[in-house]
Design a protein around this ligand. Structure first.
Ligand code: NAD
Length: 353
C-alpha cells in the first residue's frame, strides 16, 4: 500500500525524504513541494507528533503552503518544509541537529532550512556547521511579519469600510507573542483600540499597561464585538463553531493554517466576514529570511513587505467581483504565477556568499 502518493495532502510533491539515524535518535521528514520558481525554503518544526502519519500530514500541508506563499509574494523561491519528530525541550541536542543538517546538505540546495516552532535561531547556527543551506541565523523576522499583517489589516479596512486610517478601529488579537505584540504596538500607534488574550499573563500585563489594551480570557476572544479578529497564536482556530461566534467584519492575523479546513473560507464568505488568506498576510517572515539569506539590501525590505497591502487589496477586489472566497482567488493567483513565471533556474548555492 502506498502511504505517500495517495496521501490526501500529497498534491504532487516533488520529493519527500524520510531521515533516520539510530545514533542520534533523529527521525525527520523533509518535504519539497515545488522548486519551479526557485529552491524551496521553509522552516524546520520540531514537535512530539502522536504518530508518523501526523508528522507526514503536517509537513506536506506546510510545504505546499510555502510554495503558494512564495509564489504570491513574488519571491524566486519554491516551497518546502521539514519536521523532526520529538519533544524540543527533551530530545533536541547538537548531534541530532548536525545529523539533520547532513540530510539537508545532501539535497544540494533544493531545500533551505529556517527556524520554526520547536527550533530556534541558535539551532540554525548549529545546523550551519554542517550545511550552508540554512537561513534565519542572524535576526528575528517577527517584527516584519507583524508589519505585513498590519498592512493586511489596513487593506481589509480599506476594502470593507473604505477607510485609509485605523483610528478607532477595534481589533481583537489572539496571542501577544513575538508577532502579536509587535502587531498590537503598530495598531496602537495607528489609533486602533485593542482587545488581547494569551495563555501567559506577562505579555498581557504589558499590553494593558503600554498599549491600553483590554485583556480578555482566551476562550472569550471569539465573542468580542469588534471590527477585526487577528489570530496570532496557533493554527486551526477558525472552525464551524468559532465562525458562528465571531462578531467581526474581518479576520486578518499572522497564524499559519488558521482555517480548520477549506470549507471554513466558504463559511466566512457566507457570513460576510472578509478573510485575509494567512499565507498572503503573514509573508513578511519569509521575505525577511530571504533577504538575509541572499544578502540583499535591507533598505528595500520594508518596501517589499508593504506590498502585502496591494496584493491583498487585489485579492479582496477580485473576490467581490467574481463572488468567490478570498482563498480561492489567492490560490488562483499563486497557481497562475507557478505556471506563467519562467523557471528561474536559480540554485540555492548561487545565493550563498
Ligand atoms: P509566539 O510563540 O511568539 O507567540 C504565540 C503566542 O500565542 C504566545 O504568547 C502564546 O502564549 C500564545 N498562545 C498560545 N496558545 C494560545 C491560546 N490558545 N490562546 C491565546 N494565546 C495563545 O509565536 P509567533 O512567532 O508570534 O507566531 C505566531 C503565529 O504566527 C504562529 O502561528 C506562527 O506560525 C505564525 N507566523 C509567525 C511568523 C514569524 O515571523 N514569527 C511568520 C509567519 C507566521
Amino acid at each position: 500500500m502506498s502511504i505517500l502518493f495517495t496521501h490526501k495532502e500529497f498534491d504532487n510533491h516533488q520529493q519527500v525524504v524520510f531521515c533516520s539515524d539510530e545514533d542520534t535518535g533523529l527521525r525527520a521528514i523533509i518535504a519539497i513541494h515545488n522548486t519551479r520558481l526557485g529552491p524551496s525554503l521553509g522552516g524546520c518544526r520540531m514537535f512530539p507528533y502522536a504518530s508518523e502519519e501526523d508528522a507526514l500530514t503536517d509537513v506536506l500541508r506546510l510545504s505546499r503552503g510555502m510554495t503558494y506563499k512564495s509564489a504570491i509574494t513574488g519571491l524566486p523561491l519554491g516551497g518546502g518544509k521539514s519536521v523532526i519528530i520529538g519533544n524540543p525541550r527533551r530530545d533536541k541536542h547538537s548531534a541530532l541537529l548536525l545529523k539533520m543538517a547532513e540530510f539537508i546538505d545532501g539535497l544540494g540546495g533544493a531545500y533551505i532550512v529556517a527556524e520554526d516552532s520547536g527550533t530556534t535561531q541558535q539551532d540554525m547556527s548549529v545546523i550551519r556547521q554542517s550545511t550552508r543551506f540554512v537561513a534565519g541565523v542572524s535576526g528575528d523576522p517577527s517584527p516584519f511579519t507583524a508589519r505585513g499583517v498590519y498592512q493586511g489589516i489596513k487593506a481589509a479596512v480599506k476594502h470593507r469600510f473604505d477607510r485609509k486610517d485605523l483610528e478607532g478601529i477595534k481589533v481583537a488579537v489572539q496571542g501577544v507573542g513575538n508577532v502579536g505584540y509587535h502587531l498590537a504596538m503598530l495598531l496602537h500607534e495607528a489609533g486602533a483600540s485593542l482587545w488581547v488574550t494569551d495563555i501567559f499573563d506577562q505579555p498581557l500585563v504589558r499590553a494593558a499597561d503600554e498599549l491600553n489594551a483590554t485583556v480578555v480570557k482566551p476562550d472569550t476572544i471569539f465573542d468580542q464585538e469588534v471590527d477585526v479578529f487577528a489570530p496570532c497564536a496557533m493554527g486551526a482556530v477558525i472552525d464551524d463553531e468559532t465562525i458562528k461566534r465571531l462578531r467581526v467584519s474581518i479576520v486578518a492575523g499572522a497564524a499559519n493554517n488558521q482555517l480548520k479546513n477549506e470549507a471554513c473560507s466558504v463559511a466566512l464568505h457566507q457570513r460576510g466576514i472578509l478573510y485575509a488568506p494567512d499565507y498572503v498576510i503573514n509573508a513578511g517572515g519569509v521575505i525577511t529570511v530571504w533577504y538575509e539569506y541572499t544578502g540583499r539590501d535591507q533598505a528595500s525590505l520594508t518596501d517589499q513587505v508593504d506590498k502585502i497591502y496591494g496584493t491583498l487589496l487585489e485579492i479582496f477586489n477580485r473576490a467581490q467581483l467574481y463572488n468567490q472566497t478570498t482563498n480561492q482567488i489567492a490560490n488562483h493567483i499563486a497557481r497562475a504565477r507557478l505556471l506563467i513565471e519562467p523557471d528561474t533556474g536559480e540554485k540555492a548555492g548561487s545565493w550563498v556568499p
